[in-house]
Design a protein around this ligand. Structure first.
Ligand SMILES: CC(C)(COP(=O)(O)OP(=O)(O)OC[C@H]1O[C@@H](n2cnc3c(N)ncnc32)[C@H](O)[C@@H]1OP(=O)(O)O)[C@@H](O)C(=O)NCCC(=O)NCCS
Length: 188
């Protein structure tokens, strides 16, 4: 049996030293490096750069370890077809350097990212990812609430209501920012 608090103690040294803060323009190159290393293809890093260029990074946080960036999370606008007035954000991508994974940094980026999304007036957040990673933050299967996605994803497409009741009575296709389609098409 693990002693109470053992996993926290195990996570403590690096996670405690990491500061989660908003990204600044001078972080751009370091963010590209982190995202490129965390994902097997350059697609996600290109996506972040294109979203930044288009001014669509509504929330962007970095994990800063003594001046070295080790993690990154981005949120950009999404809309529900038929209810474009309800402001939503898509969480994508999320990246932590491989050597820094498993120490709670990704979790802190999600937690503080969701708080920042709330302050940015988002009524809901969607994500396409691992249910094990996002379920603990309250995300639920979006299809169970009647929301479809553009990518044919099932349980991996999840939604979280930030404003209670904001999604009541709504259903339909949730579209990511047009930048996603542009970058996906350009990269085959
Ligand atoms: C996903 C990612 C950001 C998590 O960062 P992290 O700093 O390791 O996250 P944390 O330490 O806070 O917590 C990770 C938890 O999610 C789990 N997890 C991480 N990736 C997972 C995956 N692909 N499938 C299932 N569980 C996963 C870990 O096992 C851990 O669970 P535990 O605490 O019960 O052991 C990081 O693994 C990463 O950058 N991966 C490559 C890029 C990627 O796939 N991003 C999209 C994720 S949907």
């Amino acid at each position: 049996m693990r002693a109470p608090g053992a996993s926290i103690a195990h996570h403590a040294p690096m996670a405690a030293a990491v500061r989660i803060r908003s990204a600044t323009p001078t972080d751009a190159d370091a963010i590209t490096a982190v995202v490129s290393v965390a994902f097997p293809s350059p697609l996600e890093a290109r996506l972040v750069a294109a979203l930044r260029e288009a001014g669509r990074l509504i929330v962007e946080l970095v994990a800063d370890l003594d001046g070295r960036l080790v993690g990154h999370i981005a949120f950009s606008p999404v809309t529900i077809a038929g209810a474009p007035q309800v402001p939503g954000l898509g969480l994508a991508p999320l990246a932590v350097l491989p050597e820094c994974q498993g120490q709670g940094i990704g979790g802190r980026l999600i937690e503080l990212g969701l708080e920042a999304a709330s302050r940015a007036d988002a009524a809901f957040v969607v994500v396409l990812g691992e249910p094990r990673v996002y379920g603990r933050f309250g995300f639920e299967r979006a299809d169970r609430r009647g929301f479809d996605n553009e990518y044919g994803a099932g349980e991996q497409f999840m939604v979280l209501e930030l404003r209670r009741g904001a999604l009541d009575g709504l259903r339909g296709l949730v579209r990511y920012d047009a930048t996603f389609a542009r970058i996906l098409e350009a990269n085959g």
